[in-house]
Ligand binder design. Structure first.
Ligand code: PMP
Length: 359
């Protein structure tokens, strides 16, 4: 069967090798006579998968000893609330840098729970770039950024923030797409469904010292320390999603780790940005060049009619998921780690062809 050219924004493409491996083990995992989904989360077989997945993350992201790696549920959206619940105390202010809709959503939750401020924003320019002027203080409860803006197609290239306050990042749409200076961050989090695996598990990597900030009176499941103390096995974890994450991490390792993946991602993104840049304004990129994302390529054509024609023809040709987010319209090609270079080349060819026929 032919695989689709899958440009979905998330859940998104998974590596074919990973899916085939999962398929081959589906009914008999490791000679247990059952699938990994049917194992007890307290079994030796599952625990091996669980611990190996944590070790793989530590190895690939080069996570130092003083960090915990947690597997949580509730998506990145629950992190929007858990972060202020755990780390924003009375008399303190949490600092949010706004670079898109997901940062706004993170801020919205924090506002429900305490004092906040906005230390930088590109909202007035329709989030076409990553804010340059950043106002942070060492007294901030923490500083929150979104490393890649899935909807607007911008990405922090360097993390130009200097602060002694804990730096926290939503990396849902670019985790493991490139090497990461993890020491700069006190906490990073990512829903798995773009670069890490299927939906259902949220990876949190956090400095152990942050646990001291958590108030006693939080519900058990909403405290990071509950999960850290029990190695993310306080309650039933999403075992199948973690197993898939395990296979994806092995695939990342086999493909050169974050360095190798970054190289490939750059090549893929360049194929599409090149078409935009050479199109004489036929395709209009949303993001300013220095803020362009290597994960989500966002663009418009010159009219809504042309946008619709492009999307319809693309669909007929077997390209999936090219519609922009429903809040902004236009077109978006999400080219996460598992999207193949061949798919990007096919899209490039289609874009050139479409321009030639319609200009
Ligand atoms: N943050 C970012 C950057 C995202 O792209 C998304 C999902 N598209 C979310 C948060 C929300 O994630 P979830 O659906 O896992 O709550």
């Amino acid at each position: 069967m032919k695989r689709a050219h899958n440009f979905n924004a998330g859940p998104a493409a998974l590596p074919l090798e990973v899916l085939e491996k999962a398929q081959s083990e589906l009914t008999n995992f490791n000679n247990t006579g059952m699938s990994v989904m049917e194992l007890s989360h307290r079994s030796k077989e599952y625990e091996e998968v669980h611990n190996e997945t944590i070790d793989l993350l530590k190895e690939l992201i080069r996570i130092p000893e003083e960090y915990d790696v947690l597997f949580l549920q509730g998506g990145a959206s629950l992190q929007f609330a858990m972060i202020p619940m755990n780390f924003l105390r009375e008399g303190q202010t949490a600092n949010y840098i706004l670079s898109g809709s997901w940062s706004e959503k993170a801020l919205k939750e924090a506002k429900l729970l305490g004092e906040t401020k906005i230390g930088g924003s590109s909202k007035e320019d329709n989030y076409t770039y990553i804010p340059n002027e950043i106002d942070v203080s060492d007294d901030d409860a923490y500083v929150h950024i979104t490393s890649n803006n899935t909807i607007f197609g911008t990405q922090w290239q360097d993390f130009h923030i200097e602060t002694k306050a804990p730096l926290i990042a939503d990396m849902s749409s670019d985790i493991l797409s490139r090497p990461l200076p993890i020491e700069k961050f006190s906490l990073i989090y990512a829903g798995a469904q773009k670069n890490l695996g299927p939906s259902g598990v949220t990876v949190v990597i956090m400095k152990k010292e942050l646990h001291e900030k958590t108030p006693e009176n939080l519900p058990t499941l909403l405290k990071y320390s509950t999960h850290a103390d029990k190695n993310s096995l306080y309650h039933t974890p999403p075992t199948f999603a973690i197993y898939m994450l395990n296979l994806v991490l092995k695939w990342v390792k086999e493909n050169g780790g974050p360095e190798g993946i970054e190289q490939r991602n750059k090549e893929k993104a360049e194929l599409l940005y090149d078409v935009i840049d050479r199109s004489n304004g036929f395709y209009i990129g949303h993001a300013e060049k220095e803020s362009r994302s290597n994960m989500n390529v966002t663009f418009n054509l010159q009219s809504e009619t042309l946008n619709q024609r492009f999307l319809e023809e693309a669909k007929e040709k077997g390209f999936v998921g090219l519609n922009g987010h429903r809040s902004v319209g236009g077109c978006r090609a999400s080219i996460y780690n598992a999207v193949t270079k061949e798919s990007c080349e096919a899209l490039r060819d289609f874009m050139i062809d479409f321009q030639n026929k319609n200009q």
